[in-house]
Ligand binder design. Structure first.
Ligand code: G3D
Ligand code: MG
Length: 193
């Protein structure tokens, strides 16, 4: 058999969750491996791209990461935000219980309403490093993940980069799996980071 031709994909991913849960920090960490101590609330929609290569399926993948902020603008741009979206990361802050509750009451509801059916999403509990202020336990995270049928649940620290790359990669692999591109599930457990 000859060499299989390299394939190219583009995936649009939405990063969703309440203000200040760490959406922009997660993206920054994933893209540049940096962490910005100065919090600047994003205005409107921010689109960041990252190109990755997945050896196992010999594919170049361009990720388009859509990040939102200002609530008013979000309501206006919601349709555009979800159009053609392949997947989402739902992020809550482990130190604020309300951000965990809003995953189902707000963010998941919007995703289901406005994105294409059978969208793939993962759940992220961020700020894992703030050990003394944790309000949402890992068990509660797991329970929610099962309840909402998330493809995966990952706890991260955007500040220290813990599990950040793994979270994005898991989402991509789950999307490819669901779209019929065979990616061994072991790959999710063993070959990450
Ligand atoms: P958002 O894009 O969801 O609105 P940001 O959130 O990424 O702007 O982050 C909001 C605040 O949380 C920022 O703090 C940021 O530094 C902090 N933050 C994000 N992720 C983590 C994390 O994993 N651990 C810790 N300790 N802090 C995090 P400030 O204080 O600058 O407002
Ligand atoms: Mg932001």
């Amino acid at each position: 058999m000859g060499e299989e031709k390299k394939r190219e994909w583009a995936l649009k991913l939405a990063i969703l969750g309440d203000p200040a849960v760490g959406k922009t920090s997660l993206i920054d960490k994933y893209i540049t491996d940096s962490f910005n101590e100065n919090y600047q609330p994003t205005l409107g929609v921010n689109i960041v791209t990252k190109d990755i290569y997945i050896e196992e399926i010999n594919s170049d993948i361009r990720l388009l990461l859509w990040d939102i902020a200002g609530q008013a603008k979000y309501e206006l741009t919601r349709k555009m935000f979800f159009q053609g979206c392949s997947g989402a990361l739902f992020v809550y802050d482990k130190t604020r219980y309300s951000t965990y509750e809003h995953i189902t009451s707000k963010w998941l509801e919007d995703f289901i309403k406005f994105s294409k059916p059978n969208g793939v999403y993962i759940l992220i509990g961020n700020k894992l490093d703030l050990k003394d202020s944790i309000k949402v336990s890992s068990e509660e995270g797991n329970l929610l993940s099962q309840k909402i049928n998330a493809a995966d649940f990952v706890e991260t620290s955007a500040k220290y980069g813990e599990n950040v790359e793994m979270a994005f990669k898991k989402l991509v692999l789950h999307i490819l799996n669901k779209s019929g591109t065979k990616v061994k599930l072991d790959y999710l457990n063993n070959n990450i980071d």
